[in-house]
Design a protein around this ligand. Structure first.
Ligand code: SF4
Ligand code: SF4
Length: 473
């Protein structure tokens, strides 16, 4: 079936020519109210992103994603492999939150928060405007032969891009291996840590490739979140939208003529100036409707508002609006779908809070020694041998560790002589005996509750299975 004329724009993407080659986008430098707000948001987020690995709370790095050693810190809260279920729930909450937000407010995350957009539009693109100039100058420079000016500008830009990529790669590494280790490696010199240096250069190369060449194609082609828009958005979602009713009216869009009575002429408010297209970093024409490529960056809103101001027409021809709002002037509605997402979010957050509350700083694992039964001792005492593993998830050493049998009544003897210490973020292992009078046992398998103390402080309560004779009579 042939694509209708007004849908033909969906058959191609702006970054690829008809011959299948890369079509370079030269977006006009944005300016205006929303761009100013986005700059402030991005300064804040860039600061957070760059300093987070270097801030510590109670000795824990604020944000750490050490995949290799399976250690994660979120907001200074350490997660060990044993806490992975909490980490997974947090990730699910983040995904549901983004889905909820997308259903309500479209791809707002992409335009305002996504690190790809922030680095691309607020760092690399601004360096480009500074060196190459605005859209017109960039197009001219691109077409120009390799003369002294072009070589100087290109080399300067590529060197600066490489240096920024190198800084980003270092910060990225600080998230992965920890800032302490990174700073130590830097202090000891890169030659001492060739494999880390190699990783650093690979990351630098990847970031350089993305921001110097691949650019908006990350959002258009590679990003899985972008691909989800089709199922997440509906006609009630608020997105960056062109008010086609107002822009086209009965006679469609038309160029602006001085002193004309546009209202009486039946022409739409869109003066077909293409400023919204020229400013778009993904090269689309928002007047064609909501498109997969639109990252909701608001650059076209600013561009159109300044044109509307210049021709004395009301602003907001391109604005945050839902399809229903444009078609029927409908107000934002908290739809059953959004209510459903909210309910799921509330449940998940409740589960997370409960799990965080139950999570202990020191985790104890006490297991019966495999292959061992029980020993019947004097005075009708039954003895089982156990191994214990204590994992300290904090940055504080735990001293004077001892065990108490909470139920049933009995005694615990550790094999280790002297003080048991669990090092900060470390492990203590050993063997202990539990002795219980046979009369306190109720069968061959008995649940025992063991308390772990550090000095006078109860730090963990755990359970184990204690074996006894099948019958005592
Ligand atoms: S900037 Fe506004 S007036 Fe100009 S083409 Fe785009 S929608 Fe029309
Ligand atoms: S259409 Fe507008 S909001 Fe969407 S990416 Fe282009 S400039 Fe940004």
């Amino acid at each position: 079936m042939e694509t209708p004329e007004n849908e033909k724009f969906r058959d191609s993407i702006a970054t690829v020519t008809e011959e299948g080659k890369r079509a370079w986008i030269f977006p006009k430098k944005p300016s205006g109210k929303f761009y100013t707000y986005r700059k402030y948001v991005s300064y804040f987020l860039l600061t957070v992103l760059l300093v987070s690995p270097f801030i510590k709370i109670n000795g824990n790095q604020l944000m750490l994603f050490n995949v290799l050693e399976r250690r994660f810190n979120i907001l200074g809260y350490p997660f060990w492999p044993q806490d992975f279920y909490i980490f997974v729930i947090m990730m699910i909450i983040a995904v549901v939150f983004i889905i909820f937000f997308t259903a309500a407010f479209g791809r707002i995350f992409c335009g305002w928060i996504c690190p790809q957009t922030i680095f691309m539009e607020m760092v690399f693109r601004r360096v480009e405007y500074w060196i190459d100039g605005d859209r017109g100058a960039q197009i001219r420079l691109d077409k120009q032969p390799w003369n002294a000016e072009k070589i100087r500008k290109r080399v300067l830009k590529w060197v600066i891009f490489f240096l920024i990529s190198f800084i980003i790669a270092n910060v990225f590494l600080a998230y992965l291996i920890g800032s302490d280790r990174l700073l130590r490696y830097i202090g000891e010199g890169p030659m001492e840590h060739m494999s880390t240096l190699f990783s650093l250069l690979v990351f630098t190369g990847v970031f350089y490739f993305i921001f110097a060449w691949f650019r908006e194609q990350v959002c258009i082609i590679a990003c899985p979140y972008g691909r989800l828009q089709g199922v997440l958005l509906d006609n009630k979602s608020i997105v960056v939208a062109y008010d086609h009713k107002r822009g086209e009216k009965e006679k469609g869009r038309a160029k602006f003529r001085k002193n004309e009575d546009r209202e009486a002429s039946g022409k739409g408010d869109c003066i077909d100036c293409f400023q919204c297209v020229h400013v778009c970093p993904t090269g689309i024409d928002i007047r064609n409707g909501t498109q997969l490529e639109c990252i909701n960056c608001t650059a076209c809103m600013d561009a159109c508002d300044s044109i509307m101001e210049a021709v004395n027409l009301p602003k907001g021809l391109i604005r945050y609006a839902s399809e229903e709002n444009i078609e029927k002037k409908a107000k934002f509605e908290f739809t059953p779908r959004l209510k459903g997402y909210t309910a799921v979010l509330i449940i998940l957050v409740g589960v997370l809070v409960g799990l965080l509350f139950l999570r202990s700083d020191v985790e104890a694992n006490i297991l019966r020694l495999p292959g061992q039964l029980y020993e019947h001792k004097d005075n009708n005492m039954i003895s089982n041998v156990f191994t214990y593993k204590l994992l300290n998830k904090t940055t504080m050493e735990r001293r004077d560790i001892h065990f108490k049998l909470k139920s049933p009544k009995g005694e615990i003897h550790t094999v280790k002589q002297g003080e048991i210490i669990v090092p900060a973020q470390g492990l203590a292992e050993g063997t202990l005996f539990i002795e219980i009078n046979a009369s306190a046992l109720s069968g061959d398998k008995n649940k025992v509750v063991i308390e772990v103390y550090s000095g006078d402080q109860l730090i963990e309560t755990t359970r184990a299975t204690f074996l006894g004779p099948r019958s005592f009579k």
